[in-house]
Design a protein around this ligand. Structure first.
Ligand code: ZN
Ligand code: ZN
Ligand code: ZN
Length: 144
């Protein structure tokens, strides 16, 4: 059952280009539930189904996504502004759609995109990776 759901999550990721931060959270939830299920086999799966559906809920945009442009000029097109300054490397890049700040993702050592949101409250980023167009609202935790 859980293996099938993991496959489903990975399928959704492929089709919908969901940010990996979101998927990591869902996969983590599945891991937690797996250990709970080890103790209580036969538990209803209804709650888990709702959580999986919530991953795709970002298609209906929040006020921030609705008010934010999809394109903005990057301040530091070569990479994460802070990592470039500190000599760190990053995994993936995120672009702040409020000011053009380029920061690294939560899988990167610096987590500078998240830090930028916490310092500035700029709500919406988009992927700065080639071929990825998804946006993410930090406030509502929605893609769109
Ligand atoms: Zn929002
Ligand atoms: Zn960084
Ligand atoms: Zn910003």
């Amino acid at each position: 059952m859980l293996a099938a759901e993991r496959a489903e999550v990975l399928r959704i990721r492929k089709e919908r280009n969901v940010p990996h931060e979101v998927l990591e959270r869902v996969l983590h939830l599945l891991d937690v539930e797996e250990s709970i299920l080890d103790l209580a086999i036969g538990t209803s799966t209804a709650d888990r189904d709702e959580e999986l559906e919530a991953v795709g809920a970002g298609d209906g945009a929040c006020e921030h996504l609705a008010a934010t442009p999809r394109v903005v000029t990057a301040e530091t097109p070569d990479g994460c502004a802070e990592c470039l300054g500190e000599g760190l490397t990053w995994v993936h890049l995120r672009l702040c759609l409020s000011c053009g700040h380029v920061g690294c993702c939560d899988s990167s050592e610096g987590k500078h995109a998240d830090a930028h949101f916490r310092h500035t409250a700029h709500p919406v980023i988009r992927s700065f990776e080639t071929g990825e167009a998804w946006r993410w609202c930090y406030v509502d935790e929605l893609t769109g």
